[in-house]
Design a protein around this ligand. Structure first.
Ligand code: SAM
Ligand code: SF4
Ligand code: F3S
Length: 473
């Protein structure tokens, strides 16, 4: 962050330049996409992106409250923004306008006014379902000089003008909220109950993305496989088949392949029906990857988590999926140290992880969240150091499985959608297989957005390295 006292004096340039915004995003893909929606709204209001908060007229902090640490991070971020605001207001040259600081996302929804009480540098708070109110809220704060809070339920799936960060892969919201009330999880409180977007609007948005050159779409929702069309009652497996059919028709009509792959996040095991498994096997544009959070391998803990499945039923689903969708990539989320988790429960989680052999997973220490059933019903009785040791052991087990699975790719050929320059080397590009494995290879930006055939030459812990063996398309 540059020192604001070095800003050029309040010159004509300063006065005439377009206003700028800066957005800091925490949390999951849903929040990442919400930030893209905010960026689109700000662009329509005439704002341009800033390189940092010190250059911005409006700063948004789009928050996550899934774990306690995420909340701590917010208040440190807001403390830094308060210092920045004070510096700019008191700088010799000043800026024509004061920075407005807004807090959005899950903590905003949950805490509303409390955020302003705790950190008066915050000018406005917008909840998860009031994104579209940003222009009125900014106008209100500018007019009155008083803080403004809007946490109304005004779900709007409008996707016009979304300003996406990536030019190859696009997120598409298909539902908001969650009805599951897993006992540890704050999301139903922060995102509300499930609301579904109509199939026609989803299909239209995907068609438009294909015409604009996007090659991959990820359907987003906290629990996508409980999606149901609000009018026709079409369910999620049929939606996938409808999207697949529409992509094939679009290719025939437009003479270009457009969106090549459709992914979806996140699926709950209790809603993974045989029809969904069949649809994944049948629809060739649907990526051969499933993120299926299991959380624990102990049936007692799963029951206390209110997850509605057992380790055995989960393993049966995995076997059915692997049979119907050969080569399917599988990832999951796991929690260690849920209240009452014994060594034996944790061993059951390790055993499940060894049996499934996930391609990757996210793992977390249980973090008690306000207003959740787990907090009211159970004591957070697993000591912090035991949570830590279990997490380390789980991650070590996962890493060695992932490395062995990556090693098995060496010598094989696969299709990769190139999505970016590699993070490690300017001479390499990076992409993903349909099964969501990361593949790096020699290449330049001309390959971004292309599908390439690759032979895998070597492997690392989280990715493989390959060489291109055919013409990109
Ligand atoms: N909807 C998804 C599902 O069905 O599992 C997950 C959404 S949640 C935002 C992402 C992950 O955060 C969860 O799968 C869980 O592993 C983790 N998580 C949620 N609440 C947590 C808590 N209180 N402590 C630790 N991890 C938590
Ligand atoms: Fe949270 Fe459970 Fe809903 Fe996932 S399914 S968002 S873990 S309540
Ligand atoms: Fe966090 Fe909200 Fe996502 S709590 S994980 S940003 S739904």
């Amino acid at each position: 962050m540059s020192d604001p006292s070095f800003l050029p004096p309040g010159t004509a340039f300063e006065e005439e330049r377009a206003p700028r915004y800066w957005i800091k995003t925490y949390g999951c893909q849903m929040n990442v996409h919400d930030s893209e929606k905010y960026a689109g709204i700000l662009a329509e209001m005439g704002y341009q992106p800033a390189n940092g908060p010190d250059e911005a007229d409006v700063v948004l902090v789009n928050t996550c409250s899934v774990r306690e640490r995420a909340e701590d991070k917010l208040f440190s971020e807001l403390g830094r923004l308060r210092i920045l605001k004070d510096q700019i207001a008191g700088s010799a040259y000043g800026k024509p306008k004061e920075i407005l600081v807004g807090v959005t996302g899950c903590i905003a929804q949950q805490r509303g006014n409390e955020i302003i009480e705790r950190q008066p540098a915050v000018d406005f708070v917008i909840g998860t379902r009031a994104i579209q109110t940003l222009p009125e809220v900014i106008a209100d704060v500018r007019r009155s000089g008083d803080p403004c809070v809007n946490t109304q339920d005004l779900v709007d799936f409008e996707s016009q003008g979304v300003r996406r960060a990536d030019q190859v892969r696009a997120f598409v919201t298909i539902m908001e909220g969650c009805n599951n009330y897993c006992s540890f999880c704050i999301v139903p409180a922060t995102r509300g109950l499930e609301v579904y977007r109509p199939a026609a609007a989803i299909l239209d948005e995907i068609r438009g993305l294909g015409l604009r050159g996007y090659r991959e779409v990820t359907l987003l929702g906290q629990n996508v496989n409980s999606w149901i069309d609000p009018d026709s009652r079409m369910e999620f497996p049929e939606l996938l088949l409808a999207i697949d059919g529409s992509l094939h028709r679009a290719e025939a009509e437009d003479g270009q392949s457009g969106v090549e792959r459709v992914r979806f996040l996140t699926s709950h095991p209790k809603d993974l029906s045989p029809r969904l498994i069949d649809a994944m096997g049948a629809a060739d544009r649907v990526a051969k990857h499933l993120h299926l959070p299991v959380q624990s391998g102990s049936n007692r803990i799963l029951s206390n988590m209110n997850r509605h499945y057992t380790a055995e039923s989960y393993l049966e689903q995995v076997a059915a999926l692997r049979q119907a969708v050969p080569g399917v990539g599988l990832s999951t989320d796991l929690i260690v140290g849920f209240p009452g988790e014994t060594d034996k429960d944790f061993e059951a989680t390790l055993e499940l992880v060894r049996q499934v052999e996930y391609d990757s997973f996210y793992s977390f220490e249980y973090s008690p969240r306000p207003d959740t059933a787990a907090v009211t019903q159970y004591e957070d009785d697993v000591p912090a150091e035991i949570k830590r040791t279990r997490l380390i052991e789980l991650q070590r087990t996962g890493r060695s499985i992932q490395e062995a699975r990556n090693a098995a790719w060496v010598g094989h050929e696969t299709k990769v959608l190139v999505d970016s320059l590699s993070k490690r080397s300017d001479e390499d590009v990076s992409g993903r297989t349909s099964s969501n494995h990361i593949v790096n290879m020699a290449g330049d930006t001309g390959l971004i957005g292309k599908l390439v055939d690759v032979r895998v030459l070597s492997h690392a812990a989280h990715s493989v390295y390959g060489e291109i063996i055919g013409l990109p398309h």
